[in-house]
Design a protein around this ligand. Structure first.
Ligand code: UTP
Length: 306
């Protein structure tokens, strides 16, 4: 078995980033030189994933344009001898195909039904294969080969898992913001991967089973669709992927976790503070202007300390 398919949910409203995201999808916000979604695609392409399905909505067509050949730009660059500027965007040459489907908002609902519903929209595309899910508003910056997704794929295949999660350690004050996993007894947490026997959504600190939070990267077998079908919407009308994973565990399926390494950084651009930090970090790494941005920030700090 190999894993070729990746599902990227981008159909959320991005309300925490209003007014920035009133007309511009958060996944298109620049993080340094590239829109966030392109950094996610690059991360997945590095692990040899070839078939990409975006779960979109009517306000997200600009994402399709990002991965389409813009003939006007091609002609202009060709005439100016700058066609190589587009090399970064030439996914066709890498054998990558992009597909799009829309997450439907059910009649009577005022917003999309959450990431569980987004994943459910991929069932036909997935066609009984195992597949990756990566949220379009989260970048995992890794200096390693294989990167996190690459290691998750290796683990998933090696242990014949039904589900493999990317997880990272979070401080106590953040456990109530994420899905938190409960490692099975006797599992070695610093091993390359470990089995879990439960997962809880946003637990109180007193009740948290660990400080290991799910980090927007998943691999699922097709069994996940049955678990999503069994879900009832939560109080905010959403179908949560955490509950579906819990269903997998309770039905006897193996769920494993792979941890981010200490030098791998998860950037969630879903709030202004986290988005601004992500932009600054990527601007600092920019090969052309990183040094200038660093000098600029240092000059600001020097002014402040006067
Ligand atoms: P979030 O829950 O962080 O995004 O989803 P959101 O709902 O857009 O954010 P707020 O709370 O309103 O600010 C993580 C990823 O899943 C997608 C989002 O677009 C984002 O990339 N998503 C979310 C969907 O595709 N469908 C949904 O119903 C919800």
């Amino acid at each position: 078995m190999s894993i070729r398919k990746i599902v990227i949910p981008v159909a959320g409203l991005g309300t925490r980033l209003f007014p920035t995201t009133k007309a511009l999808p958060k996944e298109m916000l620049p993080v340094g030189r590239y829109p966030a979604i392109q950094l996610v695609v690059e991360e997945m392409a590095a692990s040899n994933l070839k078939k990409f399905l975006f779960i979109t909505s009517r306000s997200k067509t600009i994402i399709e344009n990002q991965f389409d050949n813009n003939v006007d730009i091609v002609i202009h660059l060709e005439q100016n001898g700058r066609l190589t500027d587009l090399d970064d965007l030439d996914y066709n040459r890498q054998g990558i195909e992009f597909f799009y489907t829309r997450q439907q908002v059910p009649p009577g609902a005022t917003k999309p039904q959450g990431t569980g519903a987004a994943i459910a929209a991929a069932e036909h595309f997935v066609d009984n294969e195992h597949f990756v899910v990566a949220y379009g508003d989260t970048i995992i910056d890794s200096p390693h080969t294989p990167n996190l997704i690459g290691r998750m794929i290796e683990t998933h295949l090696k242990y014949n898992a039904t589900c493999t999660l990317g997880v990272r350690l979070v401080p106590d004050q953040l456990v109530n913001r994420y899905g938190i996993v409960q490692p099975a007894p006797d599992e070695v947490l610093n091993a390359e991967s470990f089995v879990i026997d439960d997962i809880v959504e946003k637990p109180d600190l007193e009740k948290t089973p660990s400080n290991l939070a799910v980090s927007a990267r998943y691999i699922f077998g097709p069994e996940i669709f049955n678990e999503i079908r069994k879900l009832q919407p939560s109080s905010d009308g959403e179908l949560g992927v955490t509950d579906a994973i819990r269903g997998l565990i309770q039905s006897g399926h193996t769920v494993r976790c792979v941890q981010l390494q200490s030098d791998e950084i998860r950037y969630d651009i879903g709030s202004h503070e986290t988005y601004f930090k992500a932009f600054i970090d990527f601007a600092l790494q920019d090969p052309d202007c990183g040094e200038a941005i660093k000098a600029y920030l240092e000059s600001l700090t020097a002014k402040e300390s006067l």
